[in-house]
Design a protein around this ligand. Sequence first.
Ligand SMILES: [Zn+2]
Length: 346
Amino acid sequence: MSNMFFLDQCPTCGSKDFSSPFAEKLADDNTLGHFIITHPQKKYDGINLDLFRKVGWRVCNFCTQIFCLKRPMVDGLETWYNQLFFDSEHRDYDVNPLPLKYVQNQKNFADQLYDILDKNNVFEAVTSVLHFRCHAGFLLKKIADNKKISEVYGLEYFENPAKHAQNLLGAERVARITGPEPHNPFKKSKFDLILLEHFLTHAHNPGHFLNYVKSLLSDRGKIVVFNEPDHSKSFLSGSFYRRGINFFHKQLFTNKTLVFFLKAHSIDGIELPHPPGLDWAVANNSLLFVGKLGNIQKPCKQNPQPVTDLIQSWFRKHNYYQKIYWIRKKFKDLKRLTKRAKNLVR
Ligand SMILES: [Zn+2]
């Protein structure tokens, strides 16, 4: 069995005062999560799956961070965790050749994000870039071409997007990663710009991981955090009622708690608004933050009640959708049975 541990403090502000948004019976058993297995032929240990579902959601009473109380250890991640992670995170686009729609979406996304960052002078004085989760490599390619920066490096989970990125940028500039807290495998050890795409939500120990990322920043280095879901919006969205939340998400940030988290870890900066009318599928529910090394800023106490209310209201709607889904499935089964019975009598 895996090494699991219980957090004894909020991963964002360090407060030891936190509580479950659910009543006692559900406090540790309830899962907000769902698990997508795209390889049904694989067998998983039910105990491991259960551990991952029943993680004990908590809300920090000081900074309002929503987080899993129970999680695997960062070091010595067992092979079963990485396999689960890969299978759950596996997406249909990891095929050769890459689907045209995926390529177009990635290109659009890269163009739009590039424009936002360029307008905010993020590329000023930058001579090297590291992108955690670079997908097909379009954003790095655009930065390299437009800003005449040759030192661009990318890390990517999946084989085919990574190959695409290697074709764009050079084989030595893109490496594969496996787990939720990857390390820099390149010879270059400091970067002027680090693009951190959807890693803080997944990190087992987000403070530990952010400190590592900070150690890769040059003195004038900037960090861009993006594609982190804003759960003050996600908890209100229909697809979240139906599906639940990816249970590899260990911290469910909101715009407030992401800024708290970064400032409490001495990244000083601003949240950039997404321009209205942006054709970016996740823009409305995701966070974009730009900052650089500064002083640690301790957040002020917030009222956790609105966040707790939000989770409880999501949970009620989620249960309602689950019931509707169950009834629809039974109804379909019944229809199928009736049809078969009719055919038999005929
Ligand atoms: Zn906190």
